[in-house]
Write a protein that binds this ligand. Structure first.
Ligand SMILES: [Mg+2]
Length: 180
């Protein structure tokens, strides 16, 4: 369960103050695409996110998109918003993509952060890689069918102080899922 807890939670990416990141010594950001930077399968960036990305560039903080989505989705998006580094088909929460992203940016787990909207991919993968994880609220409710199912479990995991009765419910739910 510890690996499913984000180190930090913010409403949206642009709430992460760029000067504060610099002050903390952050040099690289591994960032999810769908519902973190923009809506699922959308290409439009909201002006605030656009500004935030420019501020990062000015401060010299590198950004690498790490997405489980396909190359044909990720590549045009990265090109469109001039993000030089991206990895598609990342298979998060596998560590491989996170490690590769840090290699590309020339950063380490100590001076990198992971930002994403899902705990079973972004947060779990980031925590497993020893990187500071930031969970954002998904931009839109519209998403991949499988993701909508996962959200229901996420809501249970994210409930900070779980009453005993709810905790029990969660485990019953898990056991049921494992049954044929
Ligand atoms: Mg996402």
């Amino acid at each position: 369960m510890r690996l499913l807890k984000p180190a930090q939670r913010v409403e949206a990416v642009h709430e992460l103050n760029v000067s504060e990141l610099t002050a903390r010594g952050i040099q690289g950001i591994i960032i999810d695409l769908d519902n973190t930077l923009t809506e699922w399968n959308e290409y439009h960036l909201c002006p605030k996110v656009h500004q935030w990305l420019s501020d990062l560039e000015v401060q010299g903080i590198k950004v690498c998109i790490l997405s489980n989505n396909k190359e044909k989705r990720v590549q045009p998006f990265a090109a469109g918003c001039r993000i030089p580094y991206y990895i598609s088909g990342a298979r998060k929460p596998r560590r491989k993509g996170f490690i590769r992203a840090m290699q590309i940016m020339g950063t380490t787990p100590e001076n990198t952060i992971v930002i994403g909207d899902q705990i079973f991919t972004d947060v779990l993968g980031g925590n497993r890689s020893g990187i500071h994880t930031v969970l954002v609220n998904p931009i839109s409710r519209r998403e991949f069918f499988g993701t909508r199912m996962v959200r229901r479990i996420e809501r249970i995991v994210l409930r900070e102080k779980k009453p005993r009765s709810e905790r029990k419910k969660f485990f019953v739910f898990k056991r049921r899922e494992g049954q044929p």
